[in-house]
Design a protein around this ligand. Structure first.
Ligand code: FES
Ligand SMILES: [Fe+2]
Length: 349
């Protein structure tokens, strides 16, 4: 490739790689059992499994014997056993058992790659970089906190991750969601940015005000909603996204870019119960019961938003693949900052 076309390609945000030296989210904690699970992060197939003590491990999803998928095998104690001939690998990726070894044969020296992995706040965080991690996972303190009700929606879209992040950072697309009444009339006030994050500060009209215990029913009963002005902050904290709307809502989008045209992500919506001081005086078991019973309270809203966003994002990707030379008319300066951050992170990685 000539250096000119290389430069053009590097400047095209739709063909960017990722900075692998961050923690990405590859699964919900509840998805990983003692049956191995195959996941993919940026073209790398990985087998996740929970060992007999409940600890999570992540190995390259490839049996070095004949290159089949280890995730189709089974967990034996703390080892992962290949389905084909039963070779076993320990959590360090070393071959630990080969059935039918002849007496004069030694275990083959065929180590596979292991990935640093952590289970934290309801999710499995994986570090795909080639160096030892020097950063911590983003984390979601609200996941366990008794004052927050969680709803999770999974995003699977056939598009480069940049389209998803731009969608999430551009609050002017409330237009698309008019019928779902998530927010309205956003207006960008200010942007803060550094090498790791972009914080875009908007104000917007919110439909919800969670100040009485029954206000939660606004999530399902539109007639109870009242438009009022609230700060709407959206942050791209590479590689993930976090947003707060007023004091009542916090939303995370945890990314798992699969490849150049496929992105998986977990959208987690938290409704705050902070305003109900009476509730906070009740016994912990009861508060946990309230939290668990209301899990998924915003499911219809969240799933509805995802369907609408994914359709737009995938259309953008298709249009790009058909006419990559076409330029967009970008008027939201937050997106300029977002693209700058994506590019600079890839250069770092
Ligand atoms: S291919 Fe895995 S044990 Fe033979
Ligand atoms: Fe949206």
């Amino acid at each position: 490739m000539s250096s000119l076309s290389q430069a053009v390609q590097n400047s095209d945000v739709r063909q960017l790689g990722i900075n692998p030296n961050h923690w990405y989210v590859v699964a919900l904690s509840s998805e990983v059992t003692n049956k191995p699970m195959g996941v993919t992060i940026w073209q790398q197939a990985i087998a996740l499994y929970r060992d007999s003590t409940g600890k999570i491990h992540a190995l390259e999803d490839r049996c070095p014997h004949r290159q089949v998928k280890l995730s189709h095998g089974q967990v034996m104690g703390n080892e992962l056993e290949c389905a084909y001939h039963g070779w076993r690998f320990n959590s360090g990726g070393e071959c630990a058992v080969v059935p039918h070894l002849a007496e004069n044969q030694k275990l083959p020296n065929c180590k596979i790659r292991r990935y640093p992995v952590k289970e934290q706040d309801g999710f499995i965080w994986l570090f795909p970089g080639n160096v030892e991690p020097s950063v911590e996972p983003l984390g979601l303190p609200e996941w366990e906190h008794l004052n927050y009700i969680a709803t999770v929606s999974v995003i699977n879209c056939n598009a480069h991750y940049s389209y998803l992040i731009e969608n999430l950072m551009d609050m002017y697309h409330g237009h698309l969601h008019q019928d779902l009444q998530a927010w309205a009339e956003a207006s960008l006030q200010d942007i803060d940015e550094d090498n790791n994050r972009v914080d875009a500060h908007y104000v917007a009209q919110s439909y919800y005000k969670i100040d009485k215990i029954w206000s939660i029913s606004q999530l399902f009963i539109p007639a109870l909603r009242r438009l009022h002005l609230e700060p709407l902050d959206v942050s791209y904290i590479y590689p993930h996204w976090v947003s707060t709307l007023g004091k009542d809502f916090k939303i995370y989008c945890l990314l798992c870019p699969v490849n150049e045209t496929q992105t998986k992500a977990y959208l987690i919506h938290f409704t705050s119960l902070n305003a109900f001081w009476r509730l906070h005086k009740l016994p912990v078991w009861f508060r946990r019961f309230v939290k668990n019973s209301l899990f998924g309270a915003a499911q219809k809203l969240l799933d509805g938003l995802v369907v609408q966003d994914v359709q737009m994002i995938e259309e953008e990707q298709q249009a790009y693949l058909q006419n990559p030379q076409r330029r967009n008319y970008e008027l939201n300066r937050a997106l300029v900052s977002v693209q700058r951050l994506m590019k600079s992170q890839v250069d770092l990685g």
